[in-house]
Design a protein around this ligand. Structure first.
Ligand code: FE2
Ligand code: FE2
Length: 195
């Protein structure tokens, strides 16, 4: 399948996998904002589109099924994912896309780590993490800053998105995922090394 075929196939598949109109709306908001970022920051729009269309493919699958599929895909399940299986939806979506469409490593990594962030994230992943929390369907304190800064700099936008995840986790008493704090530490380390 070429890139165009993958995109149209994925659009069909999304309709089957995502029943809620709000979530479908979210996915297309992510697509829209990620396309803007890709254009501005000169990243492949088609590859970003595949990552955005596919990132939440398994978001509506029920928790016990997510555990079963993760086992089939040999995805390591920690006690945190065991207690909140929804955390597996990105990893499962990435594995599915790799098997079905043979997506490249950067798209895979973007989708796999879109919930947590990833300390060695590429451009596509940075765009996806930002767009996932900056689309028009999102409304929270700081979202405007995230939108504006990410149009200027992907690195700055990514830093703000990770920072927001940490604040949100503390505020809502949710887990700060391992890759989220590792990403934060990596960003600070790189900053210190460059000073
Ligand atoms: Fe997601
Ligand atoms: Fe999402």
């Amino acid at each position: 399948m070429n890139t165009k075929e993958i995109i149209s196939n994925l659009e069909q598949y999304l309709k089957i996998m995502i029943k809620s109109t709000d979530r479908l709306n979210h996915v297309y908001n992510v697509v829209y904002f990620s396309q803007r970022l890709a254009r501005i920051h000169k990243v492949s729009q088609e590859r970003v589109r595949i990552a955005a269309l596919g990132h939440d493919l398994f978001r509506e699958v029920e928790p016990s099924k997510l555990i079963t599929i993760a086992k089939i895909y040999s995805i390591p399940i920690t006690e945190f994912e065991m207690s909140a299986p929804i955390l597996l939806h990105g990893m499962i979506s990435a594995e599915f896309l790799k098997r079905k469409y043979k997506i490249d490593e950067e798209i895979y990594e973007a989708v796999y780590y879109h919930t947590s962030g990833y300390e060695y994230m590429g451009q596509i992943g940075k765009i996806l993490v930002i767009s996932d929390s900056a689309g028009d369907d999102r409304e929270y304190k700081g979202v405007k800053k995230l939108r504006e800064e990410s149009l200027r700099s992907l690195d700055l936008g990514y830093k703000i998105a990770i920072e927001n995840k940490i604040h949100y986790a503390i505020e809502k008493e949710r887990y700060i995922l391992e890759q989220t704090y590792k990403t934060w530490n990596r960003i600070v380390l790189n900053k210190n090394l460059n000073n």
